[in-house]
Design a protein around this ligand. Structure first.
Ligand code: HEM
Length: 181
């Protein structure tokens, strides 16, 4: 039976986890480095992402960024968030909750961080995996990650639609043709 949240089959879930273990390594230092590598890659590959950060200047060079405590803290936030999602793959209700929380934290920003960022992230992620793990685009581990990220993008779209429903422009009242009437 496939996962009701991500649509992944048991086999795809396995591929997702195997690749993740390779990405995060086995030591705390490797985990930390994985976060830095992923976020720096995102900055270089997700158009305009750097512009959305206020707690540190994401337009700085890699050398400056990796010496910036706020940047480093953000990289750990992202990798820990993904790690906790991966740990919930066998618990669909909690998985749904976790993904929704992450998505709301982005789409709820002003202006929203939505599909225009998450879609390119999902579309290009295979390149990250090729660079990080040496896997070709058609590798089942890469395919599983792309499928998972596309499911994440669907949640982003659902949240955007929800937001749009509540922000309908107010209907214009018909104007009176003359101020006396
Ligand atoms: C799978 C992909 C991603 C994960 C797991 C992730 C995770 C997170 C988490 C957990 C937070 C903290 C939320 C909070 O404070 O409640 C965060 C903040 C943020 N994320 Fe993401 N994120 C992802 C993708 C993106 C993308 C594509 C962008 C593109 C602009 C982005 C931009 C931001 C920004 C600007 C913040 C606020 C940072 C701050 O000022 O503290 N994220 N992200």
């Amino acid at each position: 039976m496939s996962c009701p949240v991500t649509g992944l089959t048991a086999e795809e879930k396995q591929h997702l986890e195997t690749a993740w273990k390779k990405m995060i390594g086995t030591t705390p230092k490797e985990f930390k480095t994985a976060g830095i590598t992923l976020v720096l890659w995102m900055f270089d590959n997700v158009p305009n992402m750097r512009m959305r950060f206020t707690k540190f200047d994401a337009k700085n060079s890699r050398t400056t960024l990796i010496a910036d405590e706020m940047f480093l803290a953000h990289t750990q936030t992202v990798i820990l968030a993904l790690d906790s999602v991966l740990k919930l793959l066998d618990n669909p209700p909690k998985l749904q909750q976790k993904i929704t929380t992450i998505v709301k934290a982005h789409v709820g920003q002003n202006p929203p961080i939505g599909s225009e960022y998450f879609d390119p992230f999902a579309d290009k992620f295979h390149m990250f995996m090729e660079a990080a793990l040496g896997l070709p685009e058609d590798d089942p581990e890469v395919q599983a990650w792309v499928k998972f990220l596309r499911a994440l993008c669907q949640v982003v779209k659902a949240e955007e639609a929800e937001l749009a429903k509540h922000h309908q422009p107010k209907k214009q009242r018909p104007r009176k043709c003359c101020s006396i009437l």
